[in-house]
Design a protein around this ligand. Structure first.
Ligand SMILES: Nc1nc2c(ncn2[C@@H]2O[C@H](COP(=O)(O)OP(=O)(O)OP(=O)(O)O)[C@@H](O)[C@H]2O)c(=O)[nH]1
Ligand code: SF4
Ligand SMILES: [Mg+2]
Length: 382
């Protein structure tokens, strides 16, 4: 399961950092009575009972002032893009103001579930709205109840299956994992681990091979329900796997899992419509190119030029930077985003959609250029 990103928002001095420290039982953030103590979002990845794997995010107050204040507000708002569950912390001795109401609107617009928390219950509180919880970060009161409420929301979040709905118990599924120089040393990447885990959970039988042993494996193993490959090896693998065996890739399954498959398929169609000089944004989810190495920066531009016979202008971004204004681009091609949370990915695709810019990802773009997109997204089951 993906990590749940839980972010604490509110005005300055509401007690966000105090509450984060109580919530995590750690001294994560500095607390003081100076308004504007937290100046940058603070993130902490951890396991938290009864919530499981989470990222806890403390944010600067959204009522900060001046030029620097505006920058801080922007950073807090940016955190919404990765937020799965929001905690809106209100100074209960003051109550809700315009800023809190604006945040509630922002949560609603992005469909982010949130909990309204009136803090400082040890003081005299103004009238508490019915849907609000009351806590005291100072005294540590109401913290367990808050965690339980968050746990309920986590349980309710819909989890789509990655691959287990496409196979039956006892089905044999061959996974192709090329071990070339771009493969990480001594381990499998997250989408590969997730597919294996999901197949095992279903009672299916995953068989993992390198591309070089695929042909021999298919001969030996008998009836195969599906082959799942790294999309970089689509060209080679699609020639080895007989057409009657369904074929797809880890990245296509991930796109389906993250709810962005349809938009990505539509976006890939743009590759046939680009004019010379079109601007293509290639965006990667991490800065250290874990297993992607030069795919985005070198290989992909080369393949696109070869496929289209045209020349384009390429721009690149990586990590958490993703342009707010996408209007200069004709097409966006994103990496598999294995290091990004589901909500961050969804919000990038939503931005592209809102601005009318086609967007696709590496695996689907490669499938398209190899001429096998129909085959690798059909998910046909014999
Ligand atoms: N009485 C009382 N004071 C609290 C409570 N929680 C926090 N405070 C105090 O409120 C002040 C601000 O707390 P912080 O946790 O730094 O607030 P913040 O929302 O993170 O503030 P910024 O980082 O400036 O946005 C500190 O003096 C805290 O001790 C509470 O439950 N009761
Ligand atoms: S986040 Fe993107 S660039 Fe980074 S390893 Fe994953 S797929 Fe590659
Ligand atoms: Mg703070």
């Amino acid at each position: 399961m993906e990590r749940t990103h839980i972010a604490f928002f509110g005005r300055r001095n509401a007690g966000k950092s105090s509450l984060v420290n109580r919530f995590t039982s750690q001294e994560l953030s500095i607390v003081s009575d100076v308004a504007g103590t937290t100046t940058d979002p603070v993130r902490k990845t951890m396991e938290l009972l009864p919530l499981g794997p989470v990222v806890i995010i403390d944010t600067p107050g959204i009522d900060d002032e001046g030029a620097l204040g505006n920058l801080r507000i922007e950073r807090s708002i940016r955190v919404l893009d990765e937020t799965d569950i929001a905690i809106l912390v209100v100074d209960g001795s003051i109550g809700m103001q315009d800023e809190e109401n604006a945040l509630v609107d922002a949560f609603a617009k992005r469909k982010i579930p949130y909990l309204l928390v009136f803090n400082k219950s040890d003081l005299d509180l103004v009238r508490v709205p019915e849907n609000a919880m009351v806590v005291s970060a100072l005294k540590g009161e109401g913290i367990e109840e808050l965690k339980e409420r968050v746990a309920v929301i986590i349980k309710q979040r819909k989890t789509r299956p990655l691959v287990s709905d496409l196979v039956e118990e006892g089905d044999l599924v061959v996974l192709v994992v090329p071990i070339d120089k771009s493969a990480p040393k001594d381990r499998l990447i997250l989408p590969q681990q997730m597919v294996i885990r999901d197949l095992l959970g279903k009672g299916a039988i995953p068989v993992v091979v390198k591309d070089t042993e695929l042909a021999i494996a298919l001969e030996k193993v008998g009836k195969v329900r599906m082959v799942i490959t790294d999309s970089q090896a689509f060209g080679k693998v699609s020639k080895i796997v007989p057409p009657e065996i369904p074929l797809t890739s880890f990245s296509i399954l991930m796109a389906r899992f993250k709810g962005i498959l349809d938009q990505s398929l539509e976006g890939a169609g743009m590759l046939d419509k680009l004019n010379d000089g079109a601007k293509i944004l290639i965006s990667e989810g991490c800065t250290h190119h874990r297993q992607c190495e030069d795919i985005g920066t070198v290989k992909l531009p080369g393949w696109i030029r070869e496929y289209t016979g045209r020349d384009f202008e390429f721009a690149f971004t990586s990590g958490l930077e993703f342009p707010v204004d996408l209007s200069g681009y004709d097409l966006i091609i994103h990496c598999g985003a294995c290091m990004l949370g589901e909500t961050e990915v969804a919000s990038r695709y939503r931005k592209a959609k809102e601005q009318g810019i086609p967007m696709t990802n590496y695996g689907i773009a490669i499938g398209k250029m190899k001429g096998i997109l129909g085959r690798v997204t059909s998910f046909t089951i014999e």
